[in-house]
Design a protein around this ligand. Sequence first.
Ligand SMILES: [Zn+2]
Ligand SMILES: [Zn+2]
Length: 271
Amino acid sequence: MHRALIRMAGAARNFIFPSRCLACGNLFRVRTHGLDPGPSPPDCNNWTWAFFCGDCRDGWTPVRAPICPRCGLMFKSREGEDHLCQNCVAAPRHFFRARAAGLYAGPLMQAVHRFKYHGDTHLAAPLGRLLFQTFREHFAMDPVDLILPVPLHRRKFKQRGFNQSFLLVRNWEKSAWAMDGERRSFSIARNELVRVRATSPQTGLGRNHRLANIRNAFQIAEPDKIKGKRILLVDDVYTTGATVDECARVLLKHQARQVDVLTLARAMTLS
Ligand SMILES: [Zn+2]
Ligand SMILES: [Zn+2]
């Protein structure tokens, strides 16, 4: 009886389940070994391959060294050491470091578009797990006091119906349990940072125009909650970093101790 139970438990730990590809939406099969999805193909983040089907996985590019240690830019050349990029040398950032799961291209871009612009909010849970995986890789060692999703202006929020950055971190406690078997709690402050000015879309603007466009767009609701805290800002996409850097500037002005940035995707531009 006892042996039969152990065999059943073993079988339950190794099974194949259908998963829906985050990019194209097709079903594909994932083989799991208990909580661990098994060895990943080369050049894939550990869990990422469980999120995209075989076809879409080919277009997935994880952020890999050499990178800029400050803004997380992935250099086109795959040779050499990490070094500061020309933008970070020319204009030092307020945030300490920014990291992302993958490049904003191919399947990740498709997934973000489905989530954000087509309102496929059920993608928040798997994309949130992908983001949590990146958090584990880069920020697990230094405790973060407060997680702040980058806010939308209330008009934009009304129009979209959700804040994608908040939805990405909302289920991290479940992710920690599913992926690490650990009960962890995260302090997520969704209303601490307030977007007080509606800005025109940043897309298509150069770096200087983006900076001017976003300046003074954010305020802090309760400065006492920020003072002395180590903060992780979360957003879906890092393009030039103008938005998160402006958030970091305001947070440091209110005496945050350190501000780091985590996004799902990162543009590979130097503009
Ligand atoms: Zn696919
Ligand atoms: Zn940089």
